[in-house]
Design a protein. Structure first.
Length: 166
């Protein structure tokens, strides 16, 4: 199994959106059962991370384990090796892209608009609008780290920065 980027966030999402047992969630996420129980509380501030949209789990796998509480979740394997799989973004993720763009603009202003757009999978005009502060909802954008938003992995970000910043 590959490492889960946001263990607690994934556990929160599974606890709130599925009928899986605490033990199943804890085993998959690599956290303790009591921690899963605590993460379920309504006053918890941990940001949920959807394992389906990040290709960790399939809906079928979750349904299988919901029906059989003694079975354990198995991480999804990508069916196509060597080809890029186009990831679709939910509307919430699309809004988070603007936060990531602002983070890049503030922290790595030397990166070109097209580099940022290609890395985040958005249009170059989005980056231009954020950089020039011409976006209509610019005041609502908060710079956020793209890894924390689940838009990329830390390794992918490190590779980009090591190539472009030198």
């Amino acid at each position: 199994m590959s490492k889960i980027l946001m263990k607690k966030g994934t556990a929160v999402w599974l606890a709130r959106n599925t009928k899986l047992s605490d033990f199943q969630i804890a085993s998959f996420c690599g956290v303790h059962e009591l921690e899963v129980e605590m993460l379920k509380s309504s006053d918890n501030k941990t940001v949920p991370s959807n394992p389906i949209s990040s290709f960790l789990l399939s809906e079928e796998e979750i349904e299988r384990c919901e029906k059989n509480p003694s079975s354990m979740l198995k991480e999804s394997e990508l069916p196509i090796v060597g080809k890029k799989i186009r990831k679709t973004k939910s509307s919430a993720k699309k809004n988070e892209v603007f936060n990531a763009i602002l983070w890049f603009v503030e922290n790595y202003s030397s990166l070109g608009d097209s580099v940022i757009a290609k890395f985040l999978g958005c249009g170059k005009t989005y980056v231009e609008q954020v950089r020039s502060k011409e976006m209509k909802d610019f005041d609502s954008i908060i710079p956020k780290h793209p890894v924390m938003l689940g838009l990329c992995s830390q390794d992918e970000l490190d590779q980009l920065l090591s190539k472009k910043i030198k």
